[in-house]
Design a protein around this ligand. Structure first.
Ligand SMILES: [Fe+2]
Length: 292
């Protein structure tokens, strides 16, 4: 069965039939991807000039907007202000979409950084750990999240080329395959990393497991090749959403994408037992996020 559900909604504040919002939330919370081919982030004519990798500073993987700080971009101040405004408009649109589709999430939505990715999705020389063309769940080495969900909204703003992903097996199946390889963290390591400000706050056992699953999947080329997966196309003008800490995903091709990250507490979910935290606690039989 495909993990991808296509909905024929249009606009960033789409009208929904009764029950459609909770049903869409269930799709996401069960590890699905919601594809919205008619929710289109339209660039103005002037913004069309940003469809070029030359706005990248060549060092950062993506251009990002964190609050009102633009990072990873290069150009004249007036151009960068306009680029930042475009990314900010996407951030507002993506948040509106999430709060419209999932009113239950609305009071908890924490908007994190917004990224614009003008580089081709694959082809850069990167280490295996940073290679997003390998199936993985998102887990961030420097930002422990103690089980908090990572909900992402993506838009393909390329006028001509699809964005293509591989989507892998369900989280629980992946975890059952890969968890036996995961070693315990060294005693004192979480405290040390936090003290050295390598991590923003202390890694919980949950964060340790999520990073280990991310790495184990990417490191195993046999798993990459042979685990259950499907190819998914996002045509020009398509927006899609998923919990990227839960959906096994990999970039295949594409260029020019906007992405909004939203953090959400597990308690905001319609069905918290579907969260990676609950699944990992069930499999391992222990609490993975000690009280702060
Ligand atoms: Fe990812």
């Amino acid at each position: 069965m495909s993990a991808v559900v296509t909905l024929d909604l249009s606009g960033w504040s789409p009208a929904l039939a009764a029950g459609a919002g909770p049903e869409a939330a269930r799709t996401l919370e069960q590890g699905g991807v919601i594809r919205l081919p008619r929710v289109n982030f339209v660039l103005t004519k002037a913004e069309g000039r940003f469809l070029s990798p030359s706005w990248s500073d060549g060092r950062a993987k993506n251009i990002s907007l964190d609050g009102d700080r633009l990072k990873g971009a290069t150009g004249a101040a007036a151009d960068l202000a306009e680029l930042a405004a475009m990314i900010a408009r996407f951030a507002a649109s993506a948040s509106l979409l999430v709060t419209t589709l999932f009113p239950r999430y609305a009071p908890y939505v924490k908007r994190a950084r917004t990224s614009y990715r003008p580089q081709p999705a694959v082809g850069r020389e990167v280490s295996w750990r940073k290679d997003d063309s390998r199936l993985h769940v998102d887990a961030f080495p420097s930002r422990p999240n103690r089980g908090e969900r990572i909900l992402r909204v993506f838009s393909n703003v390329n006028p001509a080329e699809d964005r293509v992903w591989r989507v892998g097996e369900p989280f629980e199946a992946m975890a059952k395959t890969l968890l036996p390889r995961v070693r315990e963290p060294m005693p004192g390591m979480a405290a040390l990393l936090a003290a050295l400000h390598v991590t923003k706050g202390r890694r919980s056992p949950y964060d340790h497991l999520m990073l280990a699953l991310h790495d184990s999947a990417k490191a195993d080329l046999g798993y990459q090749r042979e685990s259950a997966q499907e190819i998914v196309h996002f045509t020009p003008g398509t927006t899609w959403l998923c919990f990227s800490d839960q959906v096994m995903h990999a970039a295949v091709s594409g260029q020019f994408m906007l992405e909004q990250t939203i953090h959400l507490p597990v308690s905001a979910m319609y069905d918290p037992v579907r969260s990676p935290l609950a699944i990992l606690e069930r499999i391992t039989g222990r609490a993975l996020v000690p009280a702060a």
